[in-house]
Design a protein around this ligand. Structure first.
Ligand SMILES: C[S@@+](CC[C@H](N)C(=O)[O-])C[C@H]1O[C@@H](n2cnc3c(N)ncnc32)[C@H](O)[C@@H]1O
Length: 223
């Protein structure tokens, strides 16, 4: 599956502007910016592991010793599964709009013997920008390579603030708008780090600290 198409000379690994076979044009707001399932292999590729190795972000999240973690736009579990390894008592809730991503996540969790520590939450495609999780439910939340896929960031981030417990941590990592355009989504749809920081503060996170975990990505720890 997920074969490359030769005509994509400058394929940036995302579905944006990709109106070809299998592109997730989906339904409802935001659908055109969504990472398409047929490119799933890229989420776990060796190239990605070199560019954005999971262990660095996992360490940052694990520092707070969370027991309940929400992974927003969990994909195949690139971060969720190593997080479970790093935090043996913890549970991860993986939220995604794409049921096939959640299917892959569940399969991998079963293989690794951590199925009992994974919950999945499928959000409806036509109402994907309303976070359905309960208030004060998680010690930590993460959102990786996802922020730029949202249409209503302020509304969504306020929802994240509500679902994370007071004193909890929210870690956001996304493509740097000032990074190189070689990989990742087009520069013009990336969220500048100062815009992201201001929006996170407006959503109610009092302290937003930037970490440089990976070149070409920003990572913000919000408390
Ligand atoms: C680029 S992938 C990143 C996956 C994972 N976070 C990682 O770092 O490997 C973005 C993921 O967000 C999901 N997604 C996009 N819009 C969403 C929404 N509104 N709600 C939930 N998931 C969404 C996509 O289906 C996809 O699995």
């Amino acid at each position: 599956m997920a074969h490359e198409h030769g005509h994509h000379h400058h394929d940036h690994g995302h579905g944006h502007h990709d109106h070809g076979e299998g592109a997730d044009l989906g339904h409802g707001p935001g659908a055109g910016k969504r990472f398409p399932f047929h490119k799933m292999d890229r989420l776990d590729s060796a190239e990605r592991q070199a560019r954005q190795p999971a262990d660095k972000l996992v360490e940052l999240v694990a520092e707070g010793r969370p027991e309940t973690i929400l992974d927003i736009g969990v994909g195949t579990g690139y971060f969720a599964l190593p997080l479970l390894d790093a935090l043996p008592g913890a549970k991860v809730t993986g939220l995604d709009v794409e049921p096939r991503m959640l299917g892959v996540l569940v399969g991998r969790a079963l293989e690794r013997g951590v199925f009992d520590r994974v919950d999945t939450f499928e959000v409806p495609r036509d109402d994907a920008e309303r976070l359905p999780t309960p208030e004060d439910a998680f010690d930590a939340a993460i959102m990786v390579n996802f922020l730029h896929e949202l249409d209503d960031r302020p509304g969504y981030l306020a929802g994240v603030r509500r679902t994370v417990k007071a004193g909890g941590r929210f870690v956001v990592c996304d493509w740097d708008a000032e990074g190189d355009a070689e990989h990742g989504p087009p520069l013009e749809i990336r969220v500048p780090v100062d815009v992201a920081t201001a929006e996170l503060k407006a959503a109610g996170f009092e302290k937003v600290t930037r970490h440089d975990l990976y070149p070409n990505f920003f990572t913000l720890v919000c408390e």
